[in-house]
Design a protein around this ligand. Structure first.
Ligand code: SF4
Length: 293
């Protein structure tokens, strides 16, 4: 029997902490976003169905009773439906009690599939896609080399919803720097309103290789936001939201202020928490260590 060995580093969303991770692909097929270093050490590659079948068997023996499987790495949804369907079938056949299969995805990965194909994937358990939409501001998406636009993101995610697949979308605070903060917040709220996702989270832009490294890859002037300015950006973003039935989280390791709630039910309380943090925050603190306020 094959042994299990992951191609490191492996990333997964916080909500998949109890899930079995299956590296359906290695790396990110796009790997071009100016702010992202996650898969820079890897060259994107797919894996043979035979390899995956053997690995699924091993995983199912180690993690008996598992209910959730997360397909890694950066965008396993780049695989065609004809490649994904047998992988999902194999997961179901081996694990037996699977309630949900999920994956990171780019909107273009969804748009490369028809609604019928997406429904077939949904029927085999693909119930949730995590999508780093980052921003709704087209100017910013271009500067960051995201390879997506407001429109492509909207079309891709709505197609997933039409097929019955839920989405968890992520916005990156501070992405436009001081120069683009307001437009980033406003356009991102407009995009999220058009999507009405089941899950929404806001993460903070970080500079794992330093600010200068990021600036070299960003195609315009960039002045990083102070913590106070990030809070103000979040306040504007949340205040512009008109989603219904969306679960909101700001609890990533990069977040300075931990926020959780259901929108619109908890919108007032969340805005009040941000306002309180703004009132307590000096203007000259820059993101460093996450802290609870
Ligand atoms: S698509 Fe996602 S994983 Fe790939 S480079 Fe961009 S942010 Fe990173």
């Amino acid at each position: 029997m094959s042994t299990l060995s992951y191609d490191e580093p492996v990333f997964r969303p916080p909500a998949e902490a109890a899930s079995v991770i299956l590296q359906a692909t290695i790396g990110c097929a796009w790997n071009n976003c100016a702010f992202c270093e996650m898969y820079k050490s890897k060259k994107f590659k797919t894996r043979s169905l035979q390899d995956l079948k053997e690995e699924i068997k091993v995983l199912s023996l180690i993690y008996k009773g598992t209910k959730k499987v997360f397909l890694a790495d950066g965008n396993a949804m780049v695989l065609s439906a004809s490649k994904l369907l047998p992988i999902l079938a194999e997961i179901n056949n081996n694990f037996g009690k699977i309630q949900r299969i999920s994956s990171y995805a780019l909107p273009k990965d969804i748009l490369s599939k028809s609604v019928v194909e997406l429904k077939e994937l949904r029927n085999l358990g693909l119930k949730l896609l995590y999508i780093g939409i980052e921003s709704g501001d087209n100017e910013l998406l271009k500067l960051l080399n995201k390879g997506e636009t407001f429109q492509s993101t909207k079309e891709g995610i709505l197609r997933a919803h039409e097929a019955g697949i839920d989405t968890s979308v992520m916005i990156l605070n501070g992405l436009g720097g001081v120069e683009g903060s307001k437009q980033h917040a406003m356009r991102s709220a407009q995009l999220v309103n058009a999507l009405n996702p089941k899950f929404l989270s806001t993460l903070n832009l970080s500079f794992p290789y330093g600010l200068e490294h990021f600036k070299k890859r960003y195609n315009a002037t960039f002045t990083p936001l102070s913590v106070l300015e990030i809070l103000e950006e979040m306040k504007l973003f949340i205040s512009e939201l008109s989603v219904t039935g969306t679960i909101y989280r700001s609890d990533h390791v990069s977040n300075q202020l931990i926020l959780k709630g259901n929108l619109p039910r908890d919108k007032k309380r969340i805005l009040l928490q941000i306002e309180e943090a703004i009132n307590a925050m000096p203007s000259n603190i820059y993101p460093n260590e996450p802290m609870m306020l």
